[in-house]
Design a protein around this ligand. Sequence first.
Ligand code: SF4
Ligand code: SF4
Length: 85
Amino acid sequence: MALGVGCTARPGRAKDNKTGSWRVFKPKFDSEKCSKCGMCITICPEGCIREEDELPVPDYDYCKGCGLCAEECPSGAVEMQKEEK
Ligand code: SF4
Ligand code: SF4
């Protein structure tokens, strides 16, 4: 039997899927501490951090709050904060 028979899910990029209201934490970026290394942009599995004026800017419509950007930032410039509902 071929894979996917009877399955309605389709492949897609993470960028196709908006986060919705379930996120628990979201990253806050401190531009003063940022060394502009670009690591967070590379590591984000959602591909939702863009560069603006040489600084990383997350798109919270797509950020899932996984915390990888905060974990990998060598400058301590990203802090995960509880989402305000
Ligand atoms: S918390 Fe995760 S999804 Fe959100 S910007 Fe950071 S790495 Fe990307
Ligand atoms: S990983 Fe940290 S220091 Fe590097 S660009 Fe992102 S916020 Fe700035």
